[in-house]
Design a binder for this molecule. Structure first.
Ligand code: NOJ
Length: 547
């Protein structure tokens, strides 16, 4: 082994091993209802996830984030929890969960749970007690207010899923507050008993061995202590969800939320320093960064959702990447998300052909990628007929096209009936394209997006510059984005992406370019040399190992 090579190996191994698993690894979101059904009831379950661990291991992901699996009346498909420490019978039993956790761990795959601290179900025993009388010891666990003197609502706050955010309780003659459905009353985190109970929920799962949490709507948890009226949103347009008529000036994002985030982080650290806290926070960049904590003691990863809503334009994306990189706190670790269960899928937003380019972007940017189940095979949103819509957001605001069902359809495993997802009737219709867009077919096809995902994931794992190196934009215009990933002592990579269907050309002035195409959207050119000028076809992307 040459001296240079020895030096390179030791440097790069050191850099990768200095990072935590949640920095170099890839997180994969499973929406359990739609992943794999094992008992023919048409709804995915935990045994189904276990059956499909092979796929996830083959793909090379590091951790699974499971959307809620707890007992729930399913008014918001599990985000209305009636028992934080149980398993919904639809998904299986606690034994099934333990078996999944163990099997995943045996394969080196971590399990993250969805932690929903802002609200419970209205069927949670805490709320049933709370609403039973004004003097019940749990009355103050939720947010109860009298009507104003003129009989009107306590304030003007609106519900995310349509209508106002206050529900009248006939029995006790007060309103309770719900930021989401009336079946999802908000907990009162200003009550220390609530805080203790909820932090103990985290401890319950951490003790079982779960590897961390994705925290639902963290920025909602604490509200203005005076419950002042929210201010009007001057940028509101009719196409937007109704609640955006108001800025959420007082109903979310209060300074005290950071104390709560810190306490959640402290709970994780009672166990070991390998557990991860990911926060769902949809806020402008500067506010988002605050969720790392002033001394990095809040969320390890406040979700970076920019790619969910940016126009698919290379220049705008480059600007967003640079702005995000610049805004990160010194030791704050970046992360990227292309799709999730609340937003349209990337293959629908950017187009099926561009889904491969999006994959190359997600898996070569600096920071932890989160893959939404099915994105790896190019699943698209499925048009759900009006009379089949199940999502409350879609049902409550008809005409605004806000249903989230289209991006929650069953995973497409093979070309058998119902795509191998279930032997029963799927809870939500599947895409008709499953005959060719499915795991089994794509696994055999080197040109498939699935093969591309896998090649990218495996290269990223083995190349220190891709796992942990610096990001530098090299070029961005309306069509093309090019950047490097570099790490001292490790091979340097150039990524060139054509974000349009028209061909383009990449040439660097003052720089002689030489390298080998390591990964390409067209695999037949992998291994070929490039120099000086690169011609890209429409929808083409290249990852080049520079000489
Ligand atoms: C955010 C979740 O991602 C979404 O699916 C849910 O409806 C709301 N929080 C309420 O919990």
């Amino acid at each position: 082994m040459s001296f240079y090579w020895q030096k390179y190996c030791s440097l790069s191994n050191m850099t990768i091993s200095n990072n935590k698993w949640w920095q170099t690894g890839i997180i994969y979101q499973v929406y359990p209802r739609s992943f794999q059904d094992s008992n023919g009831d048409g709804i995915g379950d935990l045994k189904g996830v276990l059956q499909r661990l092979d796929h996830l291991q083959w793909l090379g992901i590091e951790a699974i984030w499971l959307s809620p699996i707890y007992p729930s009346p399913m008014a918001d498909f599990g985000y209305d929890i009636s028992d934080y420490t149980g398993i919904h019978p639809l998904f299986g039993s606690m034994e099934d969960f333990d078996a999944l956790l163990q099997a995943a761990h045996e394969r080196g795959i971590k399990i993250l749970l969805d932690f929903v601290p802002n609200h419970t179900s209205d069927q949670h025993p805490w709320f049933l007690e709370s609403r039973s009388s004004r003097t019940n010891p749990k009355r103050d666990w939720y947010i109860w207010k009298d009507a104003c003197q003129d009989g009107s609502l306590p304030n003007n706050w609106l519900c995310v899923f349509g209508g106002n955010a206050w529900e009248w309780d006939e029995n006790t003659q007060q309103y309770y507050y719900h930021a989401f459905l009336k079946e999802q009353p908000d907990l009162n985190w200003r009550n220390p008993e609530v805080e203790t109970a909820m932090l103990n929920v985290m401890r319950y799962w951490l003790k079982k061995g779960v590897d961390g949490f994705r925290v639902d709507v963290l920025w909602y948890v604490i509200k203005d202590s005076q419950f002042r009226d929210n201010l009007p949103n001057p940028d509101y347009g009719d196409h937007m969800p109704d609640f955006e008529q108001l800025l959420q000036t007082y109903s979310t994002e209060q300074p005290e939320v950071h104390d709560i985030a810190r306490k959640m982080r402290n709970v994780l650290e009672e166990y070991d320093d390998e557990r991860v806290l990911i926060a769902e926070v949809y806020l402008p960049l500067q506010q988002l960064m605050a969720y790392y904590g002033t001394d990095q003691k809040e969320a390890h990863l406040p979700f970076n959702f920019q790619l969910l809503s940016l126009p698919w334009n290379a220049k705008q994306i480059a600007t967003a990447i640079e702005t995000y990189e610049a805004a990160l706190p010194a030791t704050g670790w970046p992360n990227w998300v292309l799709s999730n269960h609340d937003r349209p899928r990337i293959a629908t937003r950017a187009g099926y052909q561009q889904a491969k380019i999006a994959a190359m972007l997600l898996l070569t940017l600096r920071g932890t990628p989160t893959i939404y189940y099915g994105d790896e095979i190019g699943m698209q949103d499925v048009l759900i007929p009006l009379d089949e819509i199940q999502d409350p957001q879609g049902l409550n605001m008809p005409g605004k096209d806000l249903s989230r069902d289209p991006s929650r359809t069953p995973m497409q495993w093979d070309d058998t009936q119902h795509a191998g997802f279930t032997t029963g009737k799927p809870w939500l219709r599947l895409s008709e394209n499953y005959a060719h867009i499915n795991v089994a077919a794509e696994k055999e096809d080197p040109h498939s997006i699935l093969s591309l995902y896998r090649r990218l994931i495996h290269l990223r794992k083995n190349e220190p510059a891709l796992a942990a190196g610096e990001y530098t934009t090299v070029h961005a215009d309306d069509q093309m984005l090019a950047f490097t990933r570099s790490l001292e002592g490790a091979p340097l990579f150039l990524i060139v992406l054509n974000l349009t269907a028209q061909p383009c050309q990449f040439k660097l002035f003052n720089f002689s370019l030489k390298g080998i195409v390591e990964i390409a959207t067209a695999p037949e050119i992998e291994g070929s040399m490039v120099s000086d000028e690169i011609h890209l076809n429409g929808n083409e992307g290249l990852l080049i190992r520079l000489a």
